[in-house]
Design a protein around this ligand. Structure first.
Ligand SMILES: [Zn+2]
Length: 112
């Protein structure tokens, strides 16, 4: 697989330079560990943001659990657990964009 990647669209190129679709975005060199760490950070931040958003939506949708369950404490715990589980399930359907490729699996020659 190609060594250079566009952070915006995740497309890979065999040479450094600019992405065809994003000429303002210089390609990142995946052989550089700092670049891989940076892309992983961006991926994690997007995932956290997406999970937080889904969690908030689920918490609102599932809020009747707190209102209708008679035992306050159990209702609150059930609400939090259900919101987390629902957000995790929704994340599988609506995952955040992931740019960093699975290089462990690719084992490209330029990666040392
Ligand atoms: Zn691009």
């Amino acid at each position: 697989m190609d060594r250079y990647i566009c952070e915006l669209c995740g497309r890979r190129f065999p040479h450094s330079g600019d992405c065809k679709d994003h000429p303002e975005e210089p390609l990142q060199d995946l052989a550089d560990e700092d670049v891989r760490i940076m892309l992983d950070d961006f991926d994690s931040a997007r995932k956290r943001k997406r999970l937080g958003m889904l969690g908030a939506v689920c918490a609102v949708v599932l809020s009747p659990i707190v209102i209708f369950l008679p035992a306050r404490k159990i209702g609150l715990m059930a609400w939090i657990a259900a919101s987390g589980a629902a957000a995790g399930g929704l994340y599988k359907v609506f995952p955040a964009r992931r740019v960093l490729p699975d290089l462990e699996q690719e084992k490209p020659g330029w990666l040392s």
